[in-house]
Design a protein around this ligand. Sequence first.
Ligand SMILES: [Zn+2]
Length: 596
Amino acid sequence: MSYLKVFFLSFFLVATISSVSAQEGKKLVLTAEQSSGGKIIDLSGGKKAVTMDKSCEASSAKKGDTFIEWKLQEPLPAGWYHGIVEFCTKEGEEKSWFNNHLGVSLVTAQQTISVNIMENFQSRKDEPQLFEFWIYSPFPTTVARITPVYDDLWKYKRTYPVAQLSLEQVSQPSLDASKVASIGLEMKPDGTANLPCSLPPGLWMLKSPLTKDCTVTYEGEDGKSFQANYPFDQWKRPGSVYFFMGSLLKKLTFKTPAMSKIAELQHSISREQKEPLLADVELMKVIDISKTESGQLELIGSGLTGDAPSFPLLPMGEKTAVLTSWDDGKPDDLRCAEILNRLGYRPTFFLNNDNPAMKFLDKLEGMNGEIGSHCYHHPSLYRLTPERAAEECVSMRKVLEKALNHPVISFSYPNGYSASYDVEGDYVLKAVKAAGYWSCRTTPGYVTTVDTLGDLMTMKTDGFFGNEKDLDKKWEETRAKDGGIFHFWGHSWQIGKTDEQWKKFENFCAKFANCPDAWYASQGELSIWLWLRNNIKMEVTEKTPAKVAVKISRPWIHPYLSAKRPISLKVPDGVTKVVWQGNELPVSNGFVELKW
Ligand SMILES: [Zn+2]
């Protein structure tokens, strides 16, 4: 761009912005041509639009500096603004375009306030496509931006180009649960926030640049309030708190040793609850704690002390459990399952209702694959209302149980797990528990063992299969512990298109395969094993130095699950023969496995 053009543009911007005053009804229109940072493209009829792609990176110091930007010559006064982003499609390509992964930000000297287009945009068939939002800034705005959510601008090649962004100052926003809004907050010294008005019910996200542990209390107009801890990730970076307000949000209080001066609240669209899916289908009953089943185990030998058998950490006393899981049910799951099965793995495949793999469930199970749920659609559960989150979890379990005719107990969170709170606590966890899952997988965590696994509803993996070096290290760390769990995950479509890439994948999987003291298990098998360890009771009913009789009891469990994972026990020293329900069991290295 020439200096002359920059000068002219600046002049034009000044002219535009000087027409904006604090009074209502005046709209600041920022056109594609006035922007910088993006790539300006020509549309038919001499119209222009602005978009982002790889070429925009060249003009930035670093990837994160790439955005479409309007520098305002005169700051916009603090207050509420009604904003509209007008998108347009590229001619001839309307069908393949969607809006994705963008945000709108107002930049002030103190903070940047953003609305998220990605999760709020509803594309409409008629052009132009408009994204409407309300934004409140407690400070004067100097720059308006359209920002990418991801660093990798390759992802933006199918994003709608922007024709213009308009901002109109309003004294009161028109808000309800179905509207998008962001509010910049200036915190008071007592830890409460200055809300510019009562804020609408629905889905909210709080972002605050805190550096220390903090409890946030949310108070509603209905008198109900709830608290949530402000989360930090494994690198101690502050995250976001997601929550759902059942009534107007009246007050926000921070209790923290590190007071934040500013915070940001983002409100997302709470879409209407649709009719429940598969309302006429019941979830399968998998456990009945009111029914106890028991059997008789006899230990025969010499010099017996009368001890009952004990549970090893892992079946047959193996040192390490090895798990792998694959999300999104793509056609390549078949090839992936074939390789993993051949290497002795028992992979878990997590599916959504519309996945191609729904057509070959029997083939995946035939290759020692377990089928688990990845929700009906592929939502971020923490961005749904409590009702819809529950519905997503239940309906996919129903779909799979109907198709498979046996219980489905394993789950993986689409887009990972984050808590989201309402007056009853974390409703994401509540949704997966209520749907009856036994374990829920999320994304990377840390090395775990059977004894340090934590909540099975947020089971972390060791990492993505593509991070080979990281997994090699995790493998070594896991192998150093007894009862360690090694778990890698991926999407089969990421393995590659060429035979060479598939061979590379096979070599990668072979590194952790056929380990003599490892137990290769599906996610469901691991959770059944942990359930057995917690729920089996053993009672010695007879003891002599030559024979010990043990009554083994457990609650009723669905026969399919019971058969999936036999009970593995370590027998006491001196035992030479083990009889279960009248049948002799083979003893291997001091361990027996009994099938109910
Ligand atoms: Zn997924």
